[in-house]
Ligand binder design. Structure first.
Ligand SMILES: Nc1ncnc2c1ncn2[C@@H]1O[C@H](COP(=O)(O)OP(=O)(O)O)[C@@H](O)[C@H]1O
Ligand SMILES: [Mg+2]
Length: 353
């Protein structure tokens, strides 16, 4: 049986249903991200797990125990928010000690635990600082230590990195993941940043308007997106509007090219329109590249981005972007020239709405 189970959760505010039939089972020690655009209900689900909101319907259980009637402070959950929510008038050490003091732990035990926690986030030397004397990244590490100090059974992180600079975001997300692994703590991490979710999660829940569109490993979410929403929200994606040629043979036309799809077209007729997706990294302009399919189109534009060159070609009126790694022998395509793009047919995904 899973550790944290959300069973058919619904939540309405007044007439508006913001969470719809949300089901999710999280294993002990797992790191799960909720990924979705602003307003899709990520924070609301997190707040229901923490007990700040009550579901309109459905149950939440942790380790087999129904949480619905438990108050926030009875759930033993640690939480970190986006904005630095440290107590401004308390030192770092006092911030980390806060939950333990509230729980009435003896002073000696609190002191030991605070030291342990500050060591965990490598900030032992700043124990007597106040929040305003620290960078945003340091404050979020203290917020993490404060949340972990009472040994919560679940850790909830609500966009904890979104107020930080890009470089700090990357290093801190790796630090969070490393600490999470070290402690083996079951964690739900909310983000609207797909790269963040892909890079640190065991599994991702892609949320769309209050629903979980897809739940899977980063690899599954990226490579086999279940819906058009997931395909376009996670990663950069080309959508090519194609026309069915022969449904029995799974062939479609894209501009001047006829290609065979791996996905079954199903009950469609010749001439029907279908949407097909292709990732920018799937194609190559080298004739010797691995691939079983080639399409040809005119170059619309080509931009040098440093590590890659991103080139757009016109495939039957659809702009199709693809990336080429920068290399000593790379030749940047010029607008107007005709270019062949080679890839595996299995990288073409039939997109359903
Ligand atoms: N207390 C509330 N009262 C009314 N509407 C709310 C409340 N909290 C959130 N909402 C609405 O619910 C939707 C989901 O919000 P939220 O869970 O914060 O989304 P996210 O965290 O994904 O950005 C939004 O449309 C938001 O305006
Ligand atoms: Mg939110």
């Amino acid at each position: 049986m899973s550790f944290l189970v959300l069973n058919n959760i619904k939540k309405s505010f007044g007439q508006t249903q913001v969470v719809k039939d949300f089901d999710m089972s999280i294993e002990k020690g797992e790191f799960v991200s909720f990924l979705g655009p602003s307003g899709c209900g990520k924070t609301t689900v997190l707040r229901m797990i923490a007990g700040f909101e009550t579901p309109s319907d459905g149950t939440i259980s942790i380790s087999g125990k129904d949480q619905n009637r438990l108050k926030t402070n009875q759930r033993n959950i640690g939480m970190v928010f986006q904005a630095y929510a440290l107590f401004p008038n308390m030192t770092v050490a006092d911030n980390v000690a806060f939950g333990l003091k509230v729980a009435g732990k003896p002073k000696a035990e609190i002191d030991t635990r605070v030291k342990e926690m500050l060591k965990l986030i490598s900030l032992e030397h700043l124990a007597e600082r106040y929040p305003y004397q620290m960078s945003g990244g340091q404050q979020q590490r203290v917020a993490l230590a404060r949340a972990l100090a009472p040994k919560p059974q679940v850790l909830l992180l609500d966009e904890p990195l979104s107020a930080l600079d890009a470089k700090i975001r990357v290093s801190l997300r790796e630090e969070i993941r490393q600490i999470q692994r070290q402690l083996g703590i079951t964690t739900v991490f909310v983000t609207h940043d797909q790269e963040e979710a892909l890079s640190i999660s065991d599994r991702i829940v892609v949320m769309n308007a209050g629903r979980a569109d897809q739940i899977g490993t980063p690899f599954e979410i990226y490579n086999r997106p279940a819906t058009r929403f997931v395909a376009s929200f996670v990663g950069t994606l080309n959508i090519i509007e194609a026309t069915v040629v022969d449904p029995a043979a799974n062939t479609v036309r894209m501009g001047d090219n006829v290609v065979t799809l791996r996905d079954s077209i199903g009950a469609m007729k010749s001439g029907d329109k279908v949407s097909v997706a292709l990732r920018p990294e799937a194609g190559s302009m080298s004739d010797t590249a691995k691939g079983d399919t080639t399409i040809t189109g005119a170059v619309i534009s080509s931009h040098f981005l440093g590590s890659v060159i991103r080139t757009k070609i016109d495939i039957g009126g659809n702009p199709v972007s693809f990336d080429t790694f920068n290399a000593p022998d790379v030749v940047q395509p010029q607008p107007g020239e005709t270019l062949s793009l080679r890839f595996m047919a299995s990288d073409l995904l039939l997109v359903r709405d």
